[in-house]
Design a protein around this ligand. Structure first.
Ligand code: XMP
Length: 513
């Protein structure tokens, strides 16, 4: 374990991910955690992250010198570098040489931290203060125009630091610097692999569950599928999965869950075909938020009923519920132990609080890319593991207007054509998500063959994004757009127009509703 101490900037998660990319497990702790608590975790190394303050500002978080006395290697980054220098008797000053963004770094002495790297590196900086004198025992390694000492190391004590952000992709050789610290200074071993994660989680789930029964709601999405497959690997037929088919999925997705997922995992799957129930409940509804509420409520009632049936079928009491909570949710909701504050897993519509189950969250230490690696390790189908995000209310919020069976068929067909073409063009990895939207209440005149048509438009909404909070419209090649347009209008009789959405988020959202 490597502990990343979060000094309040947005970089701690990125650092933790880079450490894991080096196959070393890492977790984030807040800078308010007492040193004894950090050391009690018995970390192989500690990394101090960047932060927004100046080390001399009133109330700026300091590093307790005890952090460096426990014999655990420590790496300071940016603010953490300065805080380390100050705590050990070095000097940090406001030199007036603030540097933000790409900065030229001069390496004077490669030492172990920068061994084998170029003598000049472009690195990503964000600092006002600078270290002007290294603490005793440290060798200064590099500098920039604004930071006389931009890297140092003390190999006897396993301490090192850099002023720049090696975790940021714009920093040249950034990952190498991280790895030099982890392996050559701190002596970590790279054992955090998908195979080991699976083995460890399987053991933990077995221990937690004992001989009790467990249920899991599958949504068709990546997280619930991987969580279920892991738990299945651990406890076999003590797990029952419930898949509520609300009839709002894309073409082939329900079959994929029913057939491929079961074939690979051997899971005991209860499929609830509730499409009629959902359609009836949605009849006449056009308001997006009402659609969401109705879909959420129907989902809960179906899931509840399925859970009750499982109990009645004589399987005994169901004691645990599997949730696909991920590590970023845990960190953002305050981290720590227990499941308090975790935002409800909205893929499954938000399960009700009065479902009295204990939670099993086998993904709560993982980032999304690790979830995918675990999914592949468990042998889940590639198409399931690499699925783009898809909203819980499904196609229900991609039909602008009332949701009906006919309209769902039109959209499902158009969407399937778009997916097949984009996958064939090899651009799935370049886009975050690609909603295909039916403007069901809009009609326009067209001409097909000799006849006049009066059909519906389909909107293509490819977007790029890092986290769905902001997004840009995806610049797909013109020839692909042309193929999409003719394939959809040729393939779906009711559609006579295809339009491209070129709105970023903000001001638009990714979905139309
Ligand atoms: P927006 O449209 O708000 O979408 O830019 C951001 C991300 O959230 C997804 N989304 C939802 N997911 N239930 C979900 O499970 C919902 O009601 C919902 N609405 C939007 C959307 O697909 C995108 O990834």
């Amino acid at each position: 374990l490597v502990v990343v101490i979060d000094y309040g900037a947005q970089y701690a998660q990125l650092i933790a991910r880079r450490v894991r990319e080096a196959r070393v497990f890492s977790e984030i702790m807040p800078h308010t955690a007492p040193v004894e608590q950090v050391l009690a975790r018995k970390p192989k190394a500690i990394i101090l992250s960047g932060g927004p303050s100046s080390v001399y500002a009133d109330g700026a978080p300091q590093v307790d010198a005890a952090m460096f006395a426990g014999g655990v290697p420590v790496f300071g980054i940016c603010y953490g570098f300065q805080a380390m220098a100050k705590a050990l008797g070095g000097e940090v000053a406001h030199t007036g040489g603030s540097e933000f963004g790409r900065t030229a770094l001069r390496v004077d002495d490669h030492g172990r931290l920068l061994a084998g790297l170029a003598d000049e590196l472009k690195v990503w900086m964000s600092h006002g203060d600078s270290v002007v004198a290294a603490p005793d025992g440290f060798a200064a390694l590099a500098g920039t125009a604004g930071a006389p000492i931009a890297a140092f190391e003390d190999l006897d004590r396993g301490l090192a630091g850099v002023q720049w952000h090696p975790e940021v992709l714009h920093s040249e050789s950034g990952q190498q610097v991280m790895e030099h610290f982890l392996f050559d200074v701190a002596g970590c071993t790279p054992t955090w692999t998908a195979a080991n994660i699976v083995e460890e989680q399987v053991a933990l789930v077995r221990e937690q569950v004992g001989d009790k029964r467990v249920i899991c709601a599958l949504s068709g999405g990546v997280d619930s599928a991987v969580a279920a497959a892991l738990v299945q690997r651990a406890i076999g037929d003590q797990l029952t999965c419930v898949f509520v088919d609300h009839g709002l999925l894309r073409k082939g997705e329900a079959e994929q869950v029913e057939r491929d997922f079961v074939a690979v995992t051997g899971v005991d799957l209860k499929v609830v075909d509730a499409s009629k129930q959902f359609l009836d409940a949605l009849a006449g509804v056009t308001d997006p938020e009402r659609k969401r509420k109705i879909i959420g409520a129907e989902f809960i009632s179906c899931f509840d009923a399925a859970a009750a049936e499982i109990v009645q079928a004589g399987h005994g009491d169901v004691e645990f519920l599997v949730q696909g909570t991920l590590y970023p949710d845990v960190v953002e909701s305050g981290g720590g132990e227990g499941a308090a504050n975790i935002k409800s897993h909205h893929n499954v519509g938000g399960l009700p609080e009065d479902l009295q189950f204990k939670l099993i969250e086998p993904l709560r230490t993982l980032f999304k890319d690790e979830v995918r690696a675990v999914g592949e390790q468990l042998g889940l189908p590639h198409a399931m593991v690499w699925r783009h995000p898809f909203p819980g209310p499904g196609l229900g919020i991609r039909i602008i207007g009332e949701v009906t069976a006919e309209r769902l068929d039109i959209l499902r067909e158009a969407d399937a054509i778009v997916r097949a073409e984009t996958t064939a063009a090899g651009v799935d990895g370049d886009i975050w998500q690609f909603p295909v939207v039916l403007l069901a209440d809009v009609r326009s005149v067209g001409v097909q063959g000799d006849g006049r048509t009066y059909g519906h438009p389909i909107v293509l909404r490819p977007v790029t994004s890092e986290d769905a909070m902001t997004a840009d419209w995806g610049r797909l090649p013109y020839d692909l757009l042309e193929r999409l347009s003719s394939a959809v209008t040729n393939g779906v009789r009711e559609v006579n127009r295809v339009v491209l959405d070129i709105t970023s988020k903000p001001p638009g959202t990714i979905e139309w509703e």
